[in-house]
Design a protein around this ligand. Structure first.
Ligand SMILES: Nc1ncnc2c1ncn2[C@@H]1O[C@H](COP(=O)(O)OP(=O)(O)O)[C@@H](O)[C@H]1O
Ligand SMILES: [Mg+2]
Length: 355
């Protein structure tokens, strides 16, 4: 039985534990480095098939999943030491769907069992309050740490929560902006998270620079639309990541195509842009998101489409992208360990056979 993420034997990697046999019932725990339902069902199918071939009697198999995503490298004064992965969602340009992507990715990760936070780093044009349908002021129990708000199980922070009128424009100079962002990392009680997604403002120069100095991020995902105009701006964000040594985890092409009511596919903004950027960034194209009315409508209503309409093509595309992204993070970390070490279990393993 292989772990499909690492393409190595589950048992050799030490990912199977707590095996309990009770008559015809078998329970076991399998550790996974990716919060992916597709991964889980693949492994469970393989495990059931392997066990069925060993026994002539019908076995019931109960799998418990132990999710242990890899940990990024911490800096000496890391502002968020309890956060295993910090992921930047960026692009050179506004309106390509960064905020939509950040919110839906966060929800897709949450739905498959990860602990997730979403930080709206777009100080000038916060989207999280609208997209997640949440208003209100965060509280502080100790006068130092700010409690993030919570919605759909996500921990959320946005400058919009601190303003009396979330739609009011803020006129801030650079240093204030940097200060606010640092505070959002350091002073927000994020607690233990598997993934903290940062929705960056467009034209990310300053913001990304500040972040890169303070926290070692897992990497960035670049959002683009397929058309040429958007591309020039996106190339700039790729070069900036290179300069700041921020790994590019992948590229997401949004508004890739539109399927009309007759089922005909239209490439409204041209095609191939996402792949071009991915090639330029030497990173994978993580996926393509169709243009769908529901994406905008649900976003405006405060329930992102992954939550509101999980059966839609767009929601499925976001889930597949979340899987591809977390797989990439897990595989990168596995390769850095020399291809031998999957993230360890946080609890003791035991082998217990009951007859
Ligand atoms: N795939 C999509 N289909 C339809 N509308 C979309 C899609 N992606 C984004 N939108 C809409 O486009 C607008 C801009 O998206 P947004 O996520 O705010 O972009 P950005 O954060 O890059 O400025 C929003 O109204 C959003 O609902
Ligand atoms: Mg935005």
């Amino acid at each position: 039985m292989k772990d499909p993420t690492f393409d190595r034997s589950l048992v050799e990697l030490g990912l199977v534990s707590d095996i309990v046999v009770n008559g015809s019932e078998l329970a076991l725990t399998i550790r996974s480095s990716v919060p992916s339902d597709a991964h889980k069902s693949r492994v469970e199918t393989d495990v059931r098939a392997a066990l069925a071939s060993l026994s002539t009697d019908a076995l019931t198999v109960a799998v418990t999943w132990d999710l242990q995503v890899p940990m990024r490298t911490l800096t000496g004064e890391d502002p968020v030491p309890g956060v295993k992965n910090v992921i930047l969602v960026m692009s050179g340009k506004g309106g390509v769907g960064k905020s939509t992507t950040a919110a839906n990715l966060a929800l897709a990760l949450k739905q498959s069992g990860a602990r997730v936070g979403l930080l709206d780093a777009d100080i000038y044009g916060p989207s999280v309050p609208t997209m997640l349908g949440i208003e209100g002021h965060p509280s502080s129990a100790d006068g130092v740490h700010i409690e993030p708000l919570e919605r759909f199980g996500l921990k959320l922070m946005s400058i919009g929560f601190l303003l009396d009128d979330p739609k009011a424009a803020i006129v801030w100079r650079g240093p204030m902006l940097h200060g606010a962002l640092q505070q959002f990392l350091k002073d927000v009680a994020w607690g233990k998270l598997d993934y903290l997604i940062l929705d960056l403002p467009p034209g990310t120069g300053d913001v990304a620079l500040t972040l890169a100095q303070k926290v070692k991020v897992t990497g960035a995902v670049i959002v683009t639309t397929p058309q040429e105009v958007a591309l020039q701006d996106v190339y700039k964000s790729v070069s900036m990541c290179d300069k700041l040594s921020i790994p590019i985890l992948g590229v997401i092409e949004n508004m890739s195509f539109f399927i009309d009511s007759a089922g005909v596919r239209h490439e409204l903004f041209g095609k191939g842009g996402g792949q071009l950027i991915a090639d330029f960034a030497k990173a994978p194209l993580l996926g393509q998101i169709p243009m769908e009315m529901g994406v905008r409508e649900w976003g405006d209503k405060g329930t992102p489409i992954v939550q509101a309409a999980p059966q839609s093509d767009a929601a499925k595309a976001f889930v597949a992208i979340a899987d591809a992204l977390t797989t990439r993070i897990a595989v990168d970390s596995f390769q850095r360990s020399g291809g031998t070490k999957a993230p360890a279990s946080s609890g003791p393993t035991r082998l217990k056979i009951v007859r």
